[in-house]
Design a protein around this ligand. Structure first.
Ligand code: PLP
Length: 285
């Protein structure tokens, strides 16, 4: 079955889907994106993803491309046309097409909207989570506005490749003060030996993950203690557990950081329970 993408008002075969070479997303990374998990053909936490999308657009002064109800219909239609049961839907909005010039184009230039979706292998993801993953740390080198989910992801691309080159799954950034910020495409968490679940505050240095926000509710319901504070790689090496969170991975246990086994070197009990509980708290629509 050929895959279908939505591009600026049309549903097209993915192999024919294209944007103009003067699209500002292509030339300047002048755009934003969102990724929602799909379960049973439905989007997980759509309202929160859309609220974050609106914030990203506001911060970059990009106009809203279409009413939210229409956007939701388009995303659902892409999921339906691609017959996705379990997977992810990707939304990208750029400032639009204009002759190349760094300053904003005229206000009548319409934002470009692209939606794609793909199936993920549920059993494979579960098997990865059951084994746990390895992480490396790397120096933070991104701009300070990582709270905006922009398509400008070159440092993230390089960090992920560095992780792969070193046989790891993900890279965690470490800021100039020596604290972990987040992963190349996920939020970073540890569990202390006395059972406190620690993640950096969303005030600076990270993207406020939607999965992170839902997990904070899951933790409260499980009567687990949350500490939103900075932590160092050294504290992480010594932690009882570590894990990462994102829409496409939900909770992925981390069993090794920079070559050092975490806890007993197996996925931790809290990370595993959080992964099991998550979807009871997520809004599915
Ligand atoms: N941090 C970064 C840099 C990300 O790219 C992502 C997701 O792509 C996250 C955190 C997790 O955000 P969410 O849980 O909304 O997927």
């Amino acid at each position: 079955m050929s895959r279908i993408a939505y591009v600026n008002g049309q549903y097209v075969n993915l192999r024919d889907a294209a944007v103009n070479v003067e699209d500002r997303g292509y030339q300047f990374a002048d755009g934003i994106y969102e990724v929602c998990e799909i379960i049973g053909g439905k989007m997980v936490d759509f309202p929160r993803h859309i609220a974050r999308m609106q914030r990203s657009l506001r911060e970059l002064r990009i106009a809203e491309a279409m009413p939210l109800t229409s956007l939701k219909v388009v995303m659902q239609e892409v999921i339906r046309r691609n017959r996705i049961n379990y997977g992810i839907v990707y939304l990208q909005i750029s400032r639009g097409v204009a002759h190349r010039d760094h300053g904003f184009p005229s206000p009548d230039v319409k934002p470009s909207v692209v939606v794609t979706a793909k199936s993920l292998n549920f059993a494979k993801n579960q098997a990865t989570a059951a084994k746990g993953v390895k992480v490396i740390t790397t120096a933070e080198n991104r701009w300070p506005r990582v709270d905006i989910k922009t398509v400008g992801l070159l440092p993230n691309v390089l960090a992920r490749q560095e992780a792969r080159d070193k046989g790891a799954y993900e890279a965690w950034y470490v800021d100039a003060d020596g604290f972990v910020t987040e992963g190349a495409s996920c939020n970073a968490w540890i569990v202390t030996k006395d059972g406190k679940v620690v993640t950096r505050t969303a005030v600076s240095g990270i993207l406020a993950g939607i999965t992170r926000a839902v997990l904070i509710e899951v933790l409260a319901s499980m009567q687990l203690k949350l500490e939103e504070r900075n932590f160092t790689p050294a504290e992480a090496y010594d932690a009882a557990e570590a894990f990462v969170s994102s829409a496409s991975q939900i909770v992925m246990p981390v069993i090794n950081i920079d070559g050092k086994p975490i806890g007993d070197g197996k996925p931790g009990g809290i990370a595993t329970r959080l992964r099991q509980e998550f979807h009871k708290f997520a809004a599915i629509s």
